[in-house]
Write a protein that binds this ligand. Structure first.
Ligand code: C5P
Length: 239
């Protein structure tokens, strides 16, 4: 995979116009665009069409978590939009994850579309071990919890997980090299952490085995987003 293909830029804006500007400015420097909850709930499926038109099938960061039947219905619906990948919370359990994967597979086959990759979200990178214990009641050490969820996701037939680069070497060891790891919480040296708690530089994330890195504000809030993205791709290329 080319270094550029490994860079995912989240479109964390509220309007189609702002998202379109980001995609136009960055399409040469990023492999994938991520449509998240803010944009999808502001503009709806039209944003997926816009990204497909300007850059190719996007990653919909859907973060589904519900009963298996409901998630299957949602997975089928988003598969019809034509995505490269979408995700569900691994905390939703194995049956829910398997239902999402099966719905994506059946729907894509029925429509003659490539099946989107289905990923499990492990522990969001804004959360640390204290929050996990005190607010979520999870007593396991954070890395063990991430590994546990990754292993459940693999058993449910998912293609990979979203996790911090800090846990990526352990995930690859446990689940194998072909199990995809998408890493948010990436911060080039000298940029703000913002609300992320477990951050890693692009270079270290790649060295840790990240297949894709998600880099938002260090690019989208930069004076020159294209140049910021280009620097990150260069950093990935040097690994
Ligand atoms: O701006 P920043 O680089 O922090 O953006 C990270 C993106 O990755 C956001 O869109 C956020 O929703 C997403 N994300 C995350 N942690 C996860 C899963 C997704 O930060 N575990």
């Amino acid at each position: 995979m080319e270094p550029r293909e490994r860079l995912i830029v989240p479109l964390d804006v509220s309007t189609l116009a702002e998202a379109e500007r980001l995609v136009t400015d960055l399409t040469q420097h990023a492999g994938l665009f991520k449509v998240g909850l803010q944009l999808f709930h502001s503009e709806g499926p039209e944003v997926i069409e816009m990204v497909k038109r300007l850059s190719g099938a996007p990653f919909y960061d859907s973060k589904f978590l519900d009963i298996p039947n409901t998630v299957a219905g949602a997975a089928a619906a988003v598969t019809r939009l034509g995505l490269k990948m979408f995700n569900v919370h691994a905390m939703g359990g194995k049956a829910m994850m398997a239902a999402a994967r099966e719905a994506a597979e059946c729907t894509a086959a029925a429509m003659g579309l490539p099946r989107p990759l289905v990923l499990g979200v492990t522990v969001v990178t804004s959360m640390d071990e204290n929050t996990l214990l005190e607010e979520c009641g999870v007593g396991r050490p954070l890395e063990d919890q991430v590994l546990h969820l990754a292993s459940m996701a693999q058993q449910a037939g998912l293609d990979g997980v979203v996790a911090s680069a800090l846990e990526t070497p352990a995930i690859k060891e446990e689940c194998g090299d072909s199990f995809i790891v998408v890493c948010p919480g990436i911060r080039p040296i000298g940029t703000s952490e913002d609300d992320q708690a477990r951050t890693v530089t692009p270079r270290l994330a790649r060295e840790a085995g990240a297949d894709y890195i998600v880099v938002g504000r260090p690019i989208t809030s930069a004076d020159d987003p294209a140049k910021a993205a280009q620097r990150i791709v260069e950093e990935l290329g040097n690994v």
